[in-house]
Design a binder for this molecule. Structure first.
Ligand code: ATP
Ligand code: MG
Length: 388
């Protein structure tokens, strides 16, 4: 969708901001550009919508060399959220959001209807916020308006330059979550600039780690964290990169163990027999629909003279997660419930029981997140074409 071929930008004073850059972003992919101040992130981004012209090299959008595309026409296809939000102070939130479609010739009333939908989408009730002016909003709310405005013309491509830079960490995390949810619905091709490695790792399908005007590594978050390409990248992602990797590696079905399973209406004798056969200390208890109910320890199953059914002795299970949750959530759930294992259920429908995650399996899953070649796109499936 976006392809850089040997792109260099030298400013008039001789500063080389971007040096022989080649990379490609697939359609629907979210790529984060991360690196220290002054490394060329904004310059890279502004060359995509021709606010800055490269000194050398070519940039393609959807296969078309953008140097031949009229900049105004080009910018219609590209939403842009700038570093300082840049809302018009004298326009209401609704009119700020409606600006681009209106400029593109959409009737004002229609543009406003669309703007109201978008404000809703980014979590701002248009009835409450639509008629306010930017100065009457919090920093986080302003940034949401910035995102809504960039989406207003429904462009296939979004450029976002530190869109959540000006808010505190708590609000920022909420905006990030909302944005991920939004992106899973709208599936734009996104270049997202940040200097915060945590943010880059959370949001990116892939991350481009910048050195000075060059990309040091371009990979999935788990790979950048698990196998940094250079000492510079290792230093940039930080000494706690192992911990960070927990948060970008999802639980998969193949990570799970299959303990003995009994049902609520099974006689206790059957349960005791199954535990003894498998030499297990506990069994998972399911209801009639194979949904998770709880667990039963071997002691209570083995006590002599116990009749009746599993139902009377089962304990509730609080430590469970849906498949696809991160290993970090798994670890945190184990700690929170002081549990030696957690149950994992289907993330769709009724929550069918799939298996359990143990600390040993958690460790294996973390190692699995980068394969032997250190290559793996771990989170959402994206079509990734490599650059020669
Ligand atoms: N118009 C200009 N003329 C000369 N040098 C410039 C110009 N604009 C940017 N630069 C320089 O180019 C380099 C890259 O700038 P750029 O704005 O791309 O950095 P950045 O990675 O976005 O940094 P930040 O995280 O601080 O926003 C910097 O050294 C900057 O000083
Ligand atoms: Mg910048």
């Amino acid at each position: 969708m976006i392809r850089f071929e040997h792109v260099t930008k030298r400013y008039a004073d001789g500063t080389t901001a971007v040096d022989d850059l080649s990379f490609e972003v697939a359609a629907g992919e979210l790529v984060t550009l991360v690196g220290p101040s002054g490394c060329g992130k904004t310059t890279t981004m502004k060359m995509v919508n021709r606010l800055i012209e490269p000194t050398d090299g070519r940039i393609f959008l959807d296969g078309e060399d953008i140097s031949g595309v009229d900049p105004v026409e080009l910018r219609r296809r590209i939403g842009y959220v700038i570093q300082q939000v840049g809302l018009f102070p004298h326009k209401t939130v609704l009119d700020n959001t409606a600006t681009v479609p209106h400029l593109l010739g959409v009737k004002k009333s229609e543009a406003r209807l669309r703007a109201a939908e978008l404000l809703d989408l980014v979590g701002l009730d248009p009835k409450v916020y639509g008629s306010r002016y930017p100065e009457q909003l919090s920093g986080g709310q302003r940034q949401r308006v910035g995102v809504a405005r960039a989406l207003a013309a429904d462009p296939p491509v979004l450029l976002m330059d530190e869109p959540f830079g000006a808010v505190d960490p708590v609000v920022r995390e909420r905006l990030q979550n909302e944005f991920l949810k939004l992106q899973s619905q709208v599936r734009k091709t996104v270049l997202f600039v940040t200097h915060d490695i945590e943010e880059a790792v959370r949001l990116g399908d892939r991350i481009a780690v910048y050195g000075q005007g060059t990309i040091e590594q371009f990979d999935a978050p788990a790979v950048v964290l698990g196998a940094p390409a250079t000492p510079y990248v290792a230093d940039f992602v930080g000494a706690d990169r192992g911990l960070k990797r927990l948060s970008v590696t999802p639980i998969e079905e193949s990570d799970l163990e299959q303990p003995p399973v009994v049902h609520l209406d099974d006689p206790m004798r059957t349960a005791a027999q199954r535990l003894a056969d498998q030499g297990a200390r506990w069994a998972v208890v399911l209801d009639g629909e194979d949904n998770l109910h709880g667990w039963i320890p071997a002691e209570s199953a083995n006590q002599r003279g116990k009749d009746g059914t599993v139902r009377e002795h089962a304990r509730r299970m609080e430590a469970w997660l849906p498949v696809g949750a991160s290993l970090k959530q798994a670890f945190s759930t184990m700690l929170q419930h002081d549990a030696g294992w957690i149950a994992v259920i289907d993330d769709a429908g009724e929550g069918r029981f799939l298996g359990v995650l143990t600390p040993a399996r958690l460790h294996e899953a973390l190692r699995r997140s980068i394969d032997a070649d250190g290559r793996r796109v771990s989170r959402r499936e994206v079509e990734v074409e490599t650059v020669g």
